[in-house]
Design a protein around this ligand. Structure first.
Ligand SMILES: C[S@@+](CC[C@H](N)C(=O)[O-])C[C@H]1O[C@@H](n2cnc3c(N)ncnc32)[C@H](O)[C@@H]1O
Length: 187
């Protein structure tokens, strides 16, 4: 909230039932600056994943007859955040194509945690973050989610561990980086 200018746009990819999304929504609603908060999820779960191949969302998907979209939306309404948070029920890559390049201040990735999916998410969303904005993600934990750590290290070597178990890249303007570099030596 302190870092971003009013009118900015925050996106969380992978909301599940809205715990982290509503937490962000509360900070925005009560923070006195106007921001858009957008949550994106297929609402069909990630399926079996991680070293233990556990299906974390299957129960909620089954309970909703194949989607937890109703529960997610109800949670947002019950938290008093219906006017703060917008939802897009969609696959991450399709949703990314709806946004113009450099039009988002902060994208937080918390969808599927396997290498292939995270690679797709990083590749699709990185161009959408404005210069000076943030691309971040959850579950930066080598024991529980080794593919998150290895994929981030490989694709985004400038990203850093952030907060308790997250990673974050501050997206720099390549021209600023170039001008900050020492001038090439001439003879
Ligand atoms: C780890 S959970 C999100 C947890 C949530 N951020 C929280 O803290 O409560 C991952 C979510 O990503 C969603 N998901 C998985 N693959 C996706 C994809 N390709 N596009 C959009 N959402 C996806 C799943 O449906 C699931 O709800």
């Amino acid at each position: 909230m302190r870092h971003f200018d009013e009118g900015g746009r925050f996106v969380e990819v992978g909301t599940y039932l809205g715990r982290s999304l509503c937490s962000l929504g509360e900070v925005v609603r009560d923070g006195g600056k106007r921001f858009s908060v957008i949550g994106i999820d297929t609402c069909r779960g990630s399926g079996a994943e991680g070293p233990q191949q556990k299906d974390f969302h299957g129960g909620a998907v089954a309970a909703g007859g194949g989607t937890f979209a109703g529960t997610l939306h109800r949670n947002i309404i019950e938290c008093g955040l219906a006017d703060t948070i917008s939802l897009i029920v969609s696959d991450s890559v399709t949703a990314a194509s709806l946004f113009a390049d450099r039009s988002i201040d902060w994208v937080h990735l918390d969808a599927s945690h396997d290498r292939e999916s995270l690679t797709r998410d990083i590749t699709s969303w990185l161009p959408k973050v404005r210069h000076g904005g943030w691309l971040s993600g959850d579950d930066y934990n080598a024991e529980k989610w080794p593919e998150v750590v290895s994929t981030v290290k490989e694709l985004l070597p400038e990203a850093r561990k952030w907060s308790s178990k997250q990673w974050r890249l501050v997206v720099e303007d390549p021209e600023n980086l170039a001008s900050a570099a020492p001038a090439p030596l001439t003879s």
